[in-house]
Design a binder for this molecule. Structure first.
Ligand code: NAP
Length: 259
């Protein structure tokens, strides 16, 4: 399918690995020129080279912490006028409801709520003026069904979801489309870390931990960054113009709800 976005300019935050990289690849395949970002320069440059040579699009790599004011300023300066924004950052650490103090919440809110909001506030006026824009926020299945040990994530992402619900409807008249993409478990470094944590806690191998988790998923497997990226690219496409303020779940059926 032609996504109709060849030649557009897109920023994918936190994209040297994992889900962000999957989104960057799928957008590059659709002909989008990219600004990629991560903190670690080495993996970021390697991903930028890989995408440039595979898809022939322009790729600018900006090594910066997207959760800081300085990092965002650096990325936005390199980005210029954007048509597409994919918001992403690392997720907060697990713990118990009683563990977290104000500072922990502020850190999680900064990374997973206030950073995407700041980036949207920076790019939406230009998109609205030009009459076209697409924003996808990578959040989590925890928005629909809480993951108890990820209370910081549950809280911050719920806040972002509320902001998007109203904002998406305010900018839609100007041709700007904002939606959220909610991953369930996907085979990335983060999933490897979660499997290792479960293995340590239960005295089993990481492979056994993954197998146990897979048995709880109706699709009986982890998602891939590639298929996640293809869904993101569709949400950034011409064809997604009537999809406003939605929360699209990619979880292999894990969240057991009718709607
Ligand atoms: P990942 O494989 O660990 O990749 C994270 C990427 O983000 C890396 O490129 C990393 O590079 C970059 N990054 C992290 N913090 C950053 C920061 N402050 N500034 C700029 N770049 C940053 O993670 P993932 O699995 O793709 O997860 C992406 C997001 O989806 C996370 O918020 C995660 O909580 C959420 N999520 C993932 C899953 C899953 O199963 N994978 C499920 C639900 C939700 P550097 O470390 O070099 O910065």
């Amino acid at each position: 399918m032609d996504l109709g976005i060849k030649g557009k300019r897109g920023l994918v935050c936190a994209s040297s690995k994992g889900l962000g990289k999957g989104c960057a690849e799928a957008l590059a395949e659709a002909g989008v020129n990219l600004i990629l970002n991560a903190r670690g320069a080495e993996a970021l440059e390697a991903t930028a080279d890989e995408i440039r040579s595979k898809y022939g699009v322009e790729v600018t790599a900006v090594a910066a912490d997207i959760t800081t004011d300085e990092g965002r300023a650096k990325v936005l300066e390199a980005a210029g006028d954007l048509d597409i924004l994919v918001n992403n950052a690392g997720g907060p650490p697990p713990g118990m409801w009683s563990d977290w103090e104000r500072e922990d919440f502020i850190k999680a809110l900064d990374a997973n709520m206030l950073t995407p909001i700041a980036l949207m506030k920076a790019v939406l006026p230009g998109m609205m003026e030009r009459g076209w824009g697409r924003v996808v926020n990578i959040t989590s299945q925890s928005v629909k069904s809480p993951i108890p040990v990820l209370g910081l994530s549950n809280s911050a992402r719920a806040g972002l979801t509320g902001y998007v619900a109203g904002t998406a409807r305010q900018v839609a008249p100007s041709g700007v489309v904002i939606n959220n993409l909610l991953p369930g478990i996907h085979a990335t470094d983060r999933a490897v870390g979660l499997d290792q944590g479960a293995a340590d806690a239960e005295g089993i191998t990481p492979e056994e931990a993954r197998n146990n988790r897979e048995q709880t998923i109706p699709a009986r497997r982890y998602g891939t960054a590639e298929e996640f990226g293809q869904t993101c690219a569709f949400m950034c496409s011409q064809h997604a113009g009537y999809m406003i303020g939605q929360n699209i779940l990619l979880d292999g059926g894990s969240v057991n709800t009718t709607m």
